[in-house]
Design a protein around this ligand. Sequence first.
Ligand SMILES: Cc1cc2nc3c(=O)[nH]c(=O)nc-3n(C[C@H](O)[C@H](O)[C@H](O)COP(=O)(O)OP(=O)(O)OC[C@H]3O[C@@H](n4cnc5c(N)ncnc54)[C@H](O)[C@@H]3O)c2cc1C
Length: 320
Amino acid sequence: MRHAQLPIVVVGGGAAGLATALAMAPAPVRLLCRAHDGRGSASALAQGGIAAALDPRDSAAAHAADTLVAGAQHNDVAMVQWLAAGAPAAIAWLQAQGVVFDRDAQGCLQLGREGGHSTARIVHAGGDASGAALVYALRARVQEAAHVQWRGGVDVDGLLLREGRVAGVRTRDERGRRERIEASVVVLATGGIGALYARTSNPPGADGAGLALGLAAGAAARDLEFVQFHPTALDVPGHCLPLITEALRGAGARLHDGGGHALMAGVHPLGDLAPRDVVSRRVAAEQAAGGRVWLDATGVDGDWARRFPTVLAACLAHGF
Ligand SMILES: Cc1cc2nc3c(=O)[nH]c(=O)nc-3n(C[C@H](O)[C@H](O)[C@H](O)COP(=O)(O)OP(=O)(O)OC[C@H]3O[C@@H](n4cnc5c(N)ncnc54)[C@H](O)[C@@H]3O)c2cc1C
């Protein structure tokens, strides 16, 4: 009974934390996050969009089959089928939360194509600013939700343990003040570990803090070897690189080597739209051999400012 009166503590203000907080209604939730808004999350940086079999000619079975091929059959088949089957309902839920996905001239959802997909099934919001649109809408819902208390500027740096169970979190705010917050349940929605690498497209805060907290509390980790290496980021100095969305290759951009030859020729039947690990490995091999890799987007027509505002801004900012 005592536990039932304590809040659920959700750590993280990205898509996972925000969606979890909303899903917990009417149970009281305290959402703790380093940032005061969606910044610092990978979610706000996501460009390309979300895959769902929404076209009447498409199916959840085809989406699942493509996913299994892209995962080199290492996937958890039941989970893939569940995710593919649930994707259209997830898009509808996001729309109900206020996410406005891009539509074509006929008013239908605009479906793009990305690596590993045999058909166009990716929805976008704000062109290549899908994640920012999603975080903005979910954050607005969370702020209106009576059951959620949002607190930004807080770093969770420890889990409270009682009788071998997680009983809350230890926090430190921007002024260094420490607090212990008791919880009925703690959800760590703290994102990934990309920032541990020398160069990354993740935000600097993707430092694996949640993973470290869980391990320190005795949780068992699994599947840590599955880190995604995105094939295309802008090759500029720095730790956090601007990602170049795969949707550009879906729209006709092509990878070339320094001599102007098609990089993916003869590597995979899907060419530039092969699964990400295949393209990334080819790019890495070329660079390891001393070559340079270019993305030729001169063939991509249309309104860049509307379709690819994030990539356009990154290129302009770096003098491309
Ligand atoms: C550049 C880029 C482009 C991407 N494009 C796509 C795409 O097109 N489609 C797609 O499906 N996926 C894409 N992804 C992947 C997708 O964005 C992530 O898988 C997803 O957003 C992860 O959400 P999350 O809520 O788990 O983590 P995040 O969004 O990273 O949120 C983690 C949150 O936890 C907080 N946090 C972390 N540690 C602590 C702590 N100790 N205390 C308090 N708060 C903490 C962070 O501040 C942050 O708010 C992209 C990722 C990147 C980086």
